[in-house]
Design a protein around this ligand. Structure first.
Ligand code: NAD
Ligand code: MG
Length: 281
């Protein structure tokens, strides 16, 4: 895949990508690994979150997705796939940079699903900026609000609902280990997510709630053509990985399914790297 140069306003729509991302609608087959589970996936309208939502539904879970209001077309498409897979879909628009929205989204998910077993903290903001000089405080603060502060808030709110055996899966990034000079704010939040994941995992271990993370490499999602990368770099996106290509969102889904399911019962505070072979510590 060599996508043409393209640009969308942030947060971008899967619907308008060229080519469209593969979220597994036509390929992911479940084997009943999450039957009867109830999951909330933030940023579940597109990209990695959408692929996770589709896979969870195919594995037998009911799924609530959170997204930004302007992403409603993508969210409706994912809800359609969940419903067509025979599971319940709940759509919860809301901006997670607002503390009360974090609480409301979790409460609404638990209420409409009739409980909560799985929280996937996946929403994220990435805007490339060439120099620290041009990186505004406003952007730094919104990136931290979206990527890490919201994670504290949704996780805290979810703990009121999560029973023993429940799981939290956080989306981190290769950027936590190999920070791009264009992504100072974003990469810092991803390093914070790694640390938060390990600390919370240790704190919650005795309660039976397991916390883990997935660290994607370069994945073809709406995040990238909506200022996540300079647009002239998009045709080469992912080519510097050992596999020589960007990943598709559906290639991430099995890692989330594993960490969300009882198959990973002895896996706590771990990170699964799905990054085309980029060396990580
Ligand atoms: P994406 O744009 O499809 O998903 C990100 C989602 O975050 C959006 O759909 C949006 O719903 C949500 N979001 C952003 N700001 C929000 C806010 N204020 N409130 C609520 N939701 C908000 O892109 P993606 O690449 O699938 O991103 C998913 C996760 O994967 C992010 O955490 C991202 O950092 C991470 N990630 C992506 C890549 C990649 O190459 N695409 C690599 C490593 C990590
Ligand atoms: Mg989206």
């Amino acid at each position: 895949m060599e996508p043409p140069e393209q640009h969308q306003a942030e947060p971008g729509l899967d619907e308008q990508m060229d080519p469209k991302a593969d979220i597994g609608e036509f390929s992911y087959r479940g084997t009943g690994r999450l039957v009867g589970r109830k999951a909330l996936v933030t940023g579940g309208d597109s990209g990695i979150g959408a692929a996770v939502a589709v896979a969870f539904a195919r594995e037998g879970a009911d799924v609530a997705i959170n997204f930004l209001e302007e992403e409603t077309p993508d969210a409706e498409n994912v809800a359609r796939i969940i419903t067509a897979s025979g599971r319940k879909a709940v759509t919860l628009p809301g901006d997670l940079t607002e503390a009360n929205v974090c609480r409301q989204v979790v409460a609404a998910a638990a209420e409409q699903l009739g409980g909560l077993d799985i929280l996937v903290n996946n929403a994220g903001k990435q805007i490339a900026v060439p120099s620290l000089d041009e990186l505004t405080d406003e952007q730094v603060e919104t990136t931290f609000q979206t990527n890490i502060l919201a994670m504290f808030r949704t996780s805290r709110a979810a703990l009121a609902h999560l029973p023993a055996g429940a799981t939290i899966v956080n989306t981190t990034s290769i950027e936590a280990y190999q920070p791009s000079p264009l992504l100072l704010d974003y990469a810092s939040t991803k390093a914070a997510i790694n640390n938060f994941t390990k600390g919370l995992a240790t704190q919650l271990a005795e309660t039976g709630v397991r916390v883990n993370a997935v660290a994607p490499g370069p994945i073809w999602t709406p995040l990238q053509p909506s200022d996540g990368q300079p647009k002239e770099k998009l045709p080469e996106f992912g080519k510097s990985t050992p596999l020589g290509r960007a990943g598709q969102p559906t290639e991430l889904a099995p890692a989330y399914v594993f960490l969300a399911s009882p198959e990973s019962s002895y896996v706590v505070g771990a990170t699964i790297h799905v990054d085309g072979g980029m060396p990580t510590p």
